[in-house]
Design a protein around this ligand. Sequence first.
Ligand code: AVJ
Length: 303
Amino acid sequence: MITEFASDVRSGLAKPQKELPSKYLYDELGSALFDAITVLPEYGLTRADERILRRHSPEIPREFSLVAELGSGSGRKTRAVLEPLDGPDYFPIDVSTPALERCSRELADLARVTPLAASYLEGLDQVQQHRNGGHVLLLFLGSTIGNFEPRCRMDLLTQVRARLREGDALLIGCDLVKPIDTMLEAYDDPSGVTASFNLNLLGRINRELGADFNQRAFTHEARYDASWRRIEMHLRAESDQTVTIREAGVQCTIRCGETIWTESSHKFELEEIAAMAVEAGFRPEAQWVDPEWPFAENLWRAV
Ligand code: AVJ
């Protein structure tokens, strides 16, 4: 039996453009490095998300007695959403148990917290069993939706919608298109934190799958693809590499200059966000845009 991680690594490295799924960036070290990214001066995304939530969450209708969150992480941004509500039930859904523990501790004074260590859809299925007659407010913050290819994105939103009832709401954060230099700096910061975050994926494969990647032989690269409107992160081999990944039963060669694609962060246009809502079975109800860093927080109602 090989793990899902091992089989995803095996199939990703067998493609003509080698790739690794971005969800594996977040082991314990990766999550700590991501937390460091959120305080980089060049990475305005998380601060914009937080500013909007602090300013505008009091405008969210108070009717919600149950809040669930996809990929809650440590739950830092969630405070602002829970505060105006009247002691709601809160179900953070995340695959990282340490993050869930931190999140439960931090928010226990504001809500009755039930952490769910599960994938997004499995977690949402579990939330159904705790519904109490009121409407659900589901949070999907931080532009995580941008990590999904357009096809998978619509698929995910449709499956999320299928697990909600009419009148439930989705609060979803989307990072907007901005000048290319600003986007590139955000994903290739001069302190090298994002480079470490990216390179840690090879370290994780070494640790968990008994592989022998030489992390020092790879460099971090961020590119903007204007036709897809996305930042791509890659790891570029600076010399020919032969790697054995024991637990995945893989031997692979990576040529000098070849890259492994590790993440896409799609950037959105405002009109596109409304179209996505409608296509997935929601009605856009409110939208707030940060004045400093183009980022949109969207409240959609399930119809
Ligand atoms: C957590 C998915 C929103 O795509 O901007 C940060 C992850 N990658 N720097 C993003 C990330 C590189 C981040 N999200």
